[in-house]
Structures are given as structure tokens and as C-alpha cells.
Design a protein. Structure first.
Length: 152
């Protein structure tokens, strides 16, 4: 048999072995994380809900989703066990210490081409002066040439 024929199959089997091993490792880490849950621990469910652990069973966990409101969840519905400081920061609504830079809603505050209001107009490269394309009543002028299609 030719080795060139067998080589792709060998590579495929090796890749499958590595993927299976990686998946098992992630699954073991998730089980260990869920085993860390104890009453009083803050958690985030896979649905994005934050709650505090009240009781831990074999396959289930009782979560306090609001003061005095409890819900029973499957253990595998817990997506993350949170540190106490992080959980308190999230449920109190505080922002993280490192805030992201503020991004303006539009780019007009980022680009300035002149000093006066008339000079701050942005040239979009459509040709002509802006005064030539706006009529006295503030409506756009019809600048199409004969035979051109499309909107004004």
C-alpha cells in the first residue's frame, strides 16, 4: 500500500483524537468549577442571569435570583462561578475600574476642517459648492443633467 493514500486518514484520526481530548478537558474544568459552588457563592447562569447559591444538590442547585425569590436549576445551567468582589460589583451596578473610552454617536466631533461654521462643512467630493446645490428655501436643487437617471 502506498503511504500517500494512508497519510490523510492518519492525520484525520490524529485531529479527531486531539479534538476529543480538548473537549474532555473543557468538560472536566466545567465540572470542577461547578463543584466549587457552595452556599453564598455568586454565579452566572448560561442564560446570563446572576444569582447567589442557596443549596447545592447532586444534579441541581437552588439559586436566590432576588431577595427571597428562589429557583431550582440544573447544575450544568451554571456558566460561571464568580469571585465575591466581581459578583458584588455586578449586582450593585458599579462599572469596572477600567472604563472603555467614550465613542461619540457621530463622527462630526472627530473631524474639523476649519475655524468658522461655514468652513466646518465636510466636502464629500460630489463637486460644486454647497451653495450651488441648495435653493434659497433650503430644499436641494435639481442638479441632474439632461438624460441622467436617479433621484435629485
Amino acid at each position: 500500500m502506498d503511504i500517500a493514500i494512508l497519510l490523510p486518514f492518519i492525520v484525520l484520526i490524529g485531529a479527531m483524537f486531539l479534538m476529543t481530548r480538548s473537549a474532555k478537558k473543557k468538560q472536566q474544568q466545567a465540572v470542577q468549577m461547578r463543584d466549587q459552588m457552595q452556599p453564598g457563592t455568586g454565579v452566572r447562569t448560561i442564560g446570563g442571569m446572576y444569582a447567589r447559591v442557596k443549596e447545592v444538590g447532586d444534579d441541581t442547585v437552588l439559586l436566590e435570583v432576588a431577595p427571597g425569590l428562589h429557583a431550582l436549576y440544573a447544575k450544568n445551567a451554571v456558566g460561571a462561578v464568580l469571585e465575591d468582589e466581581e459578583f458584588e460589583r455586578i449586582i450593585s451596578g458599579e462599572t469596572a475600574v477600567e472604563e472603555a473610552p467614550v465613542v461619540p454617536d457621530d463622527a462630526s466631533s472627530l473631524t474639523v476642517t476649519g475655524e468658522t461654521e461655514d468652513e466646518k462643512k465636510i466636502d464629500l467630493g460630489k463637486g460644486g459648492d454647497s451653495a450651488d446645490t441648495v435653493a434659497d428655501d433650503g430644499e436641494p436643487k435639481d442638479t441632474k443633467r439632461d438624460g441622467e437617471d436617479g433621484p435629485k
